[in-house]
Design a protein around this ligand. Sequence first.
Ligand code: G1P
Ligand code: ZN
Length: 546
Amino acid sequence: MNITRIPTAPIAGMKPGTSGLRKKVTEFAQGHYLANFVQSVFDAVQPPTGFGGLTLVVGGDGRYWNLEAIQRVIRIAAANGFARVLVGQGGILSTPAASCVIRQHGAFGGLILSASHNPGGPDGDFGIKFNAANGGPAPEKVTDAIYAKTLAIGEILTVESADVDLGRIGTQAVGTMKLEVIDAVADYVELMRKLFDFAALRALFAGGFRLSFDAMHAVTGPYAKAIFERELGAPSGTVVNGTPLPDFGGGHPDPNLVHAKELLDRMMAADAPELGAASDGDGDRNLIIGRGIFIPPSDSLAMLAANAHHAPAYAKGIAGVARSMPTSGAVDRVAAKRGVPCFETPTGWKFFGNLLDAGRITLCGEESAGTGSNHVREKDGVWAVLLWLSILAARQQSVQQIAREHWATYGRNYYTRHDYEDLDTPIAKALTQAVADRLPTLAGQTLAGRRVALADDFSYTDPVDGSVSKNQGLRIVFDDGSRIVYRLSGTGTTGSTLRVYIERYEGEPSRHAQDTQDALADLIALADELAQIRARTGRQQPDVVT
Ligand code: G1P
Ligand code: ZN
């Protein structure tokens, strides 16, 4: 095999502490930008004995430039000595499916090409990250090593070879490396069949149950059609926007109430289906809406934890749960009642990996529409819908009834997230710095009629390996359990995004208000006052309210 060594210079752009690289397509497509990153990953993770005998999984969410990027990755993998690369047919693998394939085939790891819920197309975003052998995003010590390599790289190894045919399932050769194009959906469907009672779900649909799943023209279309329509017998049309498009049909594949408005409207109509759901660009997020009722992701996590035993995989109970720090405390109450531990981790799925690997938790989730379990090491949108379906099939109640009973049993955590997008970075940094500077003076003060119990910059010590992650969000916790949290997004590609998370617990069902923003009005006002958001940013209201 003829290996070409291309001299190159270090690249800028990987944010330390993040699991990959996310940039505009235009930036990725320039020169050796992508190749630099891929080579940096290989330099950082290469075992002393090299990649001989090892398998790499490659797949993406089908966005613009996916195919071109995969061809480049394959050549670099061949030159770096991998024995085998597995690629999803058509270059497609949802993020949870990639995690599943890595685990199922005992791969060394995988490269996932996606910018998740960010828009795609020639002017949109692109991304790539490395997942380890457990199927999960590389832990911080690995991403730190990759980052260091991106700053020191001197050459890229590649081979001269024609493009491989990604449409044809089967084995091809790239130099001495075996390239296997696999069915992008099969392994994942097989795993779902093991976790859930497909016969019971088939009976649910046979009884006339209606689901509307919005794939947002992103990667979950083929998975959702295979599972909901073909395996479970839901009528065709259950999956809408089910064909993955390079630009997601011009939409923004983020399953929130703004971008999935079409679904929201359908679910609020008089003839709405029983369950509505959507997933994002790469298939790891989920939005759950029952007929006439939106279930906030933090509540969905709590409801799934309280009812997981209705699915065979979790029938024996759950070992524990985890949530990211800004996620509401609703799941904590379920864990307390069940007598299982509840872990609070920093934002980002990678922090759940150690807890899942060690068997300390079974379910985990984030307020940003991510829920998952120990079946893979990524959050999983289609899985979340299957678990909801299992619960609805077993309980024979509506989503609305399940939610009401849940809140009556555990109380309700009113919760909202306000996003201020694309702020000038210096302004956003000054704002959070000013709040950070005030934190030490806040403890013990009474604000909006509540005493501040804790005000700090969240720091996490991993209970499994003892590693410490600092500066994970500014939080002000009140003695009644209410909270205000400020953090800057780590995933945006333009400017800075400020996220403000606001929460209040209401234990008394008779006092459950209807509107979340009303229920949180005093804390929302306080959040602005403490951080001077309007004054500092000039914005009168957030861009997105969830
Ligand atoms: C966002 C979400 C976070 C999630 C991440 C990746 O990150 O808030 O929960 O893990 O996307 O999907 P952020 O932009 O807030 O850093
Ligand atoms: Zn995603």
